[in-house]
Write a protein of this length. Structure first.
Length: 167
């Protein structure tokens, strides 16, 4: 498996992988990736694909968000082709994107997801850090992974890149 930055040639494959991973919610996440790519919050260095035998089987992206106006990252969507799930693709994408974000000097990454899965990557409930989700009901799933540049002064409401508000 290779993990690398997306290129223009990957855009269609990423769309298909995202649609397949989120088949239960057709349109939403695949549409979101396209909207994010056109948004000011897009960070090319943090849109990564997983490739197996020349085929894109997974994708992850972090985009620019803010904590009380200060720069931070929102992670998602994270997608793995159903046929390739539970083979370590999600794990490889997650470790790589967190390492890349840390190398870029970002302070933290937030995501919405199941703590049973994401705690293994160092995510903890955002409430432990005084960071609140855009929607209060998300609190049980809203998690933060701090990075080297994190300081405890970074507290307050998190805002995702604008396209998330249109999801
Ligand atoms: C969630 C997802 C990205 C994980 O990727 P993956 O490549 O299947 O994950 P890995 O192979 O690295 O890890 C698999 C492990 O994670 C666990 N896991 C996956 N999703 C989980 C969840 N929601 N809750 C708890 N554990 C979960 C599996 O049980 C497995 O653990 P095991 O090896 O002990 O059995 C993938 O299943 C997916 O694309 N799902 C649909 C889209 C989605 O929900 N994306 C995340 C929200 S943005």
């Amino acid at each position: 498996m290779l993990i690398r930055r997306e290129t223009p040639a990957d855009v269609e494959a990423i769309h298909k992988v995202t649609e397949a991973a989120f088949a239960a919610r057709p349109g939403g996440e695949a549409w979101l990736v396209g909207e994010l790519r056109a948004d000011a919050g897009w960070i090319p260095a943090l849109s990564l694909v997983a490739e197996v035998d020349g085929e894109v089987v997974g994708h992850v992206v972090c985009t620019r968000g803010t904590v009380d106006g200060a720069p931070a990252l929102g992670l998602g969507p994270l997608s793995v082709l159903p046929a390739k799930q539970r083979t370590g693709v999600g794990k490889a994408l997650m470790h790589t994107v967190l390492g890349a974000a840390d190398a870029l000097g970002e302070p933290l990454v937030v995501l919405l997801g199941d703590p049973a899965y994401y705690s293994r990557f160092g995510f903890r409930l955002a409430s432990e850090y005084g960071i609140t989700p855009p929607v209060a009901d998300w609190a049980p799933y809203f998690q933060v992974r701090t990075l080297t540049a994190y300081t405890p002064a970074l507290t307050g409401p998190f805002r995702y890149a604008a396209p998330f508000d249109r999801l």
